[in-house]
Design a protein. Structure first.
Length: 574
């Protein structure tokens, strides 16, 4: 590739590489073996969420090397660094899950601090597990330097007794074993077979949902988010991203040119159309917040309501991410939505072209049944639905993909922690027809807004999935299925109605009308609020405490700083 000369007088790295006063700074770069030419090229941060916590992240360091080769081949100087990841599958079902959402903020903050501290000119970010994807994208929009997002890829499906399985099957098997529907030997065999490779959870759980978002919002190269982690083609996508980031520097195309309101609407559209994770309703407002765009839970819910559900993906459907990639990838899904009139085709992307231009050559694949046309949807409205009512004035969210009954009414059964509820489930103490309430698990009250997969999967494994409903001010894993409503706001910790419920109160849920209410008068709710007292938080110091002091409501993305509307100068322009 032809060597390009970049003018560094307006790039951030001028503060560490240009002029006589920067001799001490350059001496550190020489110490690491950089040449004079490399020092005076643009410095590109290559950030990965690599760690040895889980298969989601284990391949990211290798993929980062391919990115670095691409950057170097296009006259850039890559500088690799890592940030943390908390992997939800490992953190699930115990106090570790309090760290999960907090890690999203730490990832965004640590990438920001590394980029600012070393004055890098652009960012290629690699992420694998759930919170690392939005965390990395949030950092990109916050910094507003030329950026490209890379998903590490999904895991391959496992095989158990001749059928395809995912981690969802293992969580549900815990409930099956508890009620005698599965032997310990079969559970042991299943847990060893379910996760056969590197990569993030394979179905349309949170990681793959946010990976789909990365292409739809325009921050990832087309097709790059769909290829499974073990596929060698991932190295080609990574090298291409390294080369392309240099074009974005030259063209001065930045994340806030890409992440517009229309792009956020496109992102919400692919979530609904793919039956994606309810967590997207938390992460999209958080990404919007970084750009100074008001795009809260209710804005996301509007898009969900008008979007057909057309991708037959687990947990509500039949297929996993590998199947979607081999059928035509995320561009096939986006092409169907664009031709159906559900996407804004004029949005800019990291290719330097618009969504419509990127999709112009994508041909419909008649030989697959993973994705349908919008004229033949699995259901006419999205796989995720927003709710509101006197029990959720600030909204709530439910995944309806694959569900048959969309209404439920029953008496409340209240628990103030997930552990209390899980013990009741494992003890088979939950009755048919109840609405299980898990509260004080919101962003501030948890703190950290834990996911409830262990509880919901155990219910499903016991055959209770369609016999009860569950509501919480916490979150659900993208692997959750059944009538499970999360993000109920205001949360219990700030005196929200969910904290005023008593056992036996009748709760009505209607995912068609979009309502969540309790059969109590305004006067009764006011009387209960008058005697309500806040609970003393379990965690009273450290990172999780700091998060709780600053975090906003789930409605606005559970964010922890003023965002793009604060009026400060983005790092890229300093």
């Amino acid at each position: 590739m032809t060597t390009r000369i970049f003018d560094k007088t307006r790039l951030p790295s001028r503060h560490v590489t240009e002029g006589p006063s920067k001799a001490p700074h350059r001496s550190y770069l020489y110490a690491m073996g950089l040449t004079t030419e490399q020092i005076h090229q643009p410095l590109v941060g290559v950030a990965s969420c690599w760690n040895e916590a889980a298969p989601c992240n284990i391949s990211l360091m290798r993929q980062a090397q391919a990115v670095k080769k691409g950057v170097a081949s296009a006259s850039g100087t890559p500088r690799e660094f890592c940030t943390i990841t908390v992997t939800d599958g490992i953190a699930m079902g115990h106090q570790g899950m309090k760290s999960s959402l907090v890690s999203r903020e730490v990832i965004a903050d640590s990438v920001e601090l590394t980029m600012r501290g070393h004055a890098y000119d652009a960012l290629v970010g690699l992420a694998g597990c759930d919170k690392s994807l939005p965390g990395m994208m949030m950092a990109m929009v916050r910094l507003n330097v030329p950026s490209i997002f890379i998903y590490g890829g999904s895991i391959l499906p496992g095989t158990f007794k001749g059928r395809q399985v995912t981690i969802q099957d293992v969580f549900e098997a815990v409930g099956m074993q508890a009620v005698g529907r599965m032997s310990l030997d079969d559970l042991d065999e299943l847990e060893k077979a379910a996760c056969p490779s590197a990569g993030a959870c394979g179905a349309q759980f949170t990681a793959n949902t946010m990976a789909t978002v990365s292409e739809a919002i325009g921050l990832a190269l087309p097709y790059s988010a769909g290829a499974p982690a073990p596929y060698e083609i991932r190295d080609r996508f990574c090298a291409a991203a390294g080369e392309k980031i240099m074009d974005l520097i030259a063209l001065n195309i930045r994340p806030r040119d890409i992440v517009t309101r229309k792009a956020l609407e496109n992102a919400a559209t692919v979530v609904a159309a793919s039956g994606g994770s309810t967590n997207a309703a938390l992460h999209l407002p958080a990404i919007a917040h970084e750009a100074g765009i008001d795009f809260d839970l209710f804005e996301v819910a509007k898009i969900f309501h008008r979007t057909p559900y057309i991708a037959d993906l687990k947990p509500g459907g039949r297929y996993v991410a590998k199947d979607l990639f081999e059928a035509g990838g995320i561009p096939l899904l986006m092409k169907a939505l664009l031709e159906g009139g559900y996407l804004h085709g004029d949005c800019m992307t990291v290719t330097g072209r618009t969504i419509a231009e990127n999709l112009a050559s994508v041909q419909w694949n008649e030989g697959q049944d993973v994705v349908r046309l919008t004229t033949e949807p699995l259901s006419p409205t999205g796989g995720v639905v927003g709710l509101s009512g006197n029990l959720a004035p600030d909204g709530a969210i439910v995944k309806v993909a694959g569900m048959k009954a969309l209404t439920f009414s029953g008496p409340a059964r209240c628990f103030d922690t997930e552990e209390e509820c899980f013990a009741a489930v494992q003890g088979k103490a939950i009755k048919d027809g109840e609405v299980i309430v898990i509260r004080y698990e919101g962003p501030r009250g948890g703190p950290g807004m834990r996911e409830m997969l262990s509880t919901t999967a155990a219910l499903y494994g016991q055959g209770m999935g369609d016999k009860v409903a569950l509501i919480t001010d916490g979150r659900f894993s993208g692997a959750t299925r059944g009538f499970c409503i999360g993000h109920v706001g205001p949360e219990a910790a700030v005196g929200g109605p969910i904290g005023l419920l008593k056992d036996g109160d009748i709760i009505d849920i209607d995912a068609v009308a979009g309502t969540l209410s309790v059969r109590l008068s305004d006067e009764e709710l006011a009387a209960r609020r008058a005697v309500w007292k806040p609970r003393l938080p379990e965690i009273r110091s450290g990172a999780i405490w700091k998060f709780a002091q600053n975090v906003s409501s789930a409605r606005t993305g559970a964010v922890t700083h003023p965002g793009g509307n604060a009026g400060d100068t983005p790092f890229a322009d300093v």
